[in-house]
Structures are given as C-alpha cells and as structure tokens.
Design a protein around this ligand. Structure first.
Ligand SMILES: Nc1ncnc2c1ncn2[C@@H]1O[C@H](COP(=O)(O)OP(=O)(O)O)[C@@H](O)[C@H]1O
Ligand SMILES: [Mg+2]
Length: 352
C-alpha cells in the first residue's frame, strides 16, 4: 500500500527456478509494485516472499541476491563500460584478477567485448542496455528482475534483444521475472505469464493457455485480439460446450470454463484469424452472412471488417497467399468458425 492506495492485492505466484516468468498488464495494473516487492524496495503490508524456499520478506534488497535491469538504462554515465560492469563486484570486494575475469565473461555474454573503455554516451541505446544487463548478471544472481527493459528501443532492435535475453537466460539457467505491457513480447519470451489487472492477477499460464483459453474477456482482449459477440445461453450447461443465441439472432457453440444457466447473459470471444471466409452458404451455428465494410492490407495478412447487420461487425484476418483472392469492400461473404475456437464468458455482474 502507498498511503491509502492499494497498488497490489492477493497476488500469489510460484515461479519455477530457471524459468522465464512475465508480469503482463496495462499501465497501473501493479506490475512494477509487484516486482519491487520481490526486489525488496517496496514492503508488502501482508504476505510473504520466498526465494529458493527461504523467506526473504524482511531482507533488504542487497541481501536478496537479485540482479535488476530497468527501462531507463541506469548505467553510471561517468564510468566506462568496464567500470560499470565491475561495480557490483567491487561492492562485494571481489579481488582484481577474479574481477577482471568475471567482467570479461559478462561482456562476452552480452557481446560487448572490446567496448571496455567506452563511456555510456559513446554507446547506442541497445548497447547501454547490454551494459546494464552485464552489470546485473556479473555477480551471478539467482534471480534477474527486469522492468520494461526494452521499452526504449525501436521495434527491430527490441526483437533482436528479446532473442538475446532468451539466449542468455537459457545459457545461465537464471530465473527471470520480467515486466512488460507488450503482450507480443510476453508471449514470445515467457515460459509462463501472469496477466495483471487492477493490482490482481487475472490469469496465470503458459502463452498458449492465455491465448487459446483465456479465462475472462479482459484476457481475451489484452492478450492478442478478440471479436466479442453478446447473447444468452440457450440451455444450461456445465463447463464445456455451450449453445448461445446472440442478440443479432445467430446461434453459436463455444467453450465455457464455468457452468452457465439457461437465459444467462454471456459474451462469446473469437479471434480474427479463427474466422474463415467460405463459399458454403451459411446454415446452422457458427457461421453467418456478411458484407465487407472495410479492407486493411497489413503485409502478412489482410483484415476485413465484416458487417452482419443487426448482429454487429466482425474482424476477420486472412493470411496473404498468392492463391488467396483479396476481397473488396461491398462484397458479400459467408464466415464460419470452429466451436473450439469460441470462448463463452458470463457477463460481469451476471455470473450466476
Ligand atoms: N509511490 C506510489 N504512491 C502512490 N501510488 C502508487 C505509487 N506507486 C504506484 N502507485 C499506484 O499503484 C498502482 C500500480 O502501479 P504500478 O505497480 O507502477 O503499475 P504498473 O507497473 O503495472 O504500471 C497504480 O495505481 C499507481 O498509481
Ligand atoms: Mg511499471
């Protein structure tokens, strides 16, 4: 708590050793606060933090054996690359020969061998971030904490550094706790991800679990992208296959992760790439007729806005291939999708 502000509550996470774990969420969702509690810079009003089974809740940051990298490079501007990376070893009174060897190894790991005598202002943003990373790793911490470390880099360099971070993490078998608001970065880098919202964890799982089986509309929307279709449950069902009649008069089957009663208001979520334009006339559930209202060419794929009249609009994403005919605005089409690709959620405030 900060004064009367509850920044984070009821967060309970178990992070496997040597794994890459990410806290993902929008700005203000409590990611940094959670990370700062692990680091020891913020003290939880309740609860416990353990590393390797040892309770560290009362330990100051420097006794927790953690490396840290933040978005603002936080390298010392007046120290050379060598001096920056050597700093944590000097604090720990590591003797000269050993110190030089370990700085050399850390710089090799981040591919900055030969940059020892440069000052930070003689480095690019990406190189400065590598210095920060080498400095965080040089004392072989058990856990590496990173808060939006690549946020200041351009897209190409960020993608490159993501690969580098994964390579280093696997090579050192270090446990990483990573913070980002970028869902794509979280999906591509992590073994497991906690999606945070309003100071709580909304869902914790592997990238595939979050993407294929989100537990709430929030996760379905924040991780990737979803079409949302409102309706009511036709017949009571346990978790699993559920039939929904939409407000626009369509019938669709989907997968619910909780029991639902007949007549209950729900929202169905379907990802744009799971919707398929077909030539077969729409009949039965999980298909509909529409008219293309907008076409956006995005290189790898084309995105269509398909108007369904009273039933609203769907976004359909189709991979661009030589064999696929690009459709134009005003064309009619049928769209079909798989019940297994449809998630059904109780509407907030109407969950039984
Ligand atoms: N020092 C502080 N004093 C008061 N409120 C804070 C402080 N730090 C963070 N908060 C609040 O706690 C919540 C979570 O913040 P934060 O952990 O920084 O989120 P994130 O890193 O996900 O953007 C926000 O509502 C933020 O305004
Ligand atoms: Mg933050």
């Amino acid at each position: 708590m900060f004064g009367s502000v509850v920044a984070v509550s009821d967060v309970s996470l178990t992070i496997a050793a040597a794994s890459f774990f990410t806290l993902l969420g929008p700005s203000g969702s409590g990611k940094t606060t959670t990370l700062m509690m692990v680091a020891g810079f913020v003290h939880p009003t309740r609860g416990q933090i353990a590393i390797d089974g040892v309770d560290v809740t009362a330990l100051p940051p420097q006794k927790r054996d953690l490396g840290m990298v933040f978005q603002s490079y936080a390298v010392f501007p007046h120290l050379t690359v060598f001096e920056n990376v050597a700093f944590p070893l000097q604090v720990r009174k590591i003797p000269g020969g050993e110190l030089r060897r370990r700085v050399g190894e850390a710089l090799e790991l981040v591919r900055l061998t030969g940059y020892e005598r440069r000052l930070p202002r003689q480095l690019s943003g990406g190189e400065q971030q590598r210095v920060a990373l080498a400095r965080a790793l040089v004392f072989q911490p058990r856990v590496l904490l990173m808060d939006e470390p690549l946020g200041a880099l351009d897209k190409k360099l960020r993608a490159h550094m993501q690969g580098e971070l994964k390579r280093i993490q696997r090579h050192l078998h270090v446990t990483v706790i990573y913070v980002t608001h970028d869902q794509e970065e979280a999906l591509t880098m992590s073994d497991r991800v906690a999606v945070m919202r309003g100071g709580r964890t909304e869902q914790v799982g592997t990238p595939a679990e979050l993407y294929e089986a989100p537990v709430s509309p929030f996760v379905a929307d924040f991780v990737g992208e979803s079409n949302f279709i409102e309706g009511v449950v036709v017949a009571a069902s346990g978790p699993g296959r559920t039939l929904v009649r939409t407000d626009g008069g369509l019938e669709l089957w989907g997968i619910a992760s909780q029991p639902l009663r007949a007549g209950q208001r729900v929202v169905a979520a379907v990802r744009p790439e799971k919707l398929e334009p077909t030539n077969t006339p729409a009949a039965g559930p999980n298909c509909c007729k529409g008219v293309i209202e907008d076409v956006v060419y995005a290189g790898d794929a084309t995105r269509y806005s398909v108007g369904l009249g009273a039933a609203g609009t769907l976004t359909v994403k189709v991979q661009n291939r030589a064999a696929s005919r690009r459709l134009s605005s005003g064309e009619s089409l049928e769209v079909a999708w798989d019940p297994e690709d449809t998630r059904i959620f109780a509407r907030a405030g109407d969950d039984g």
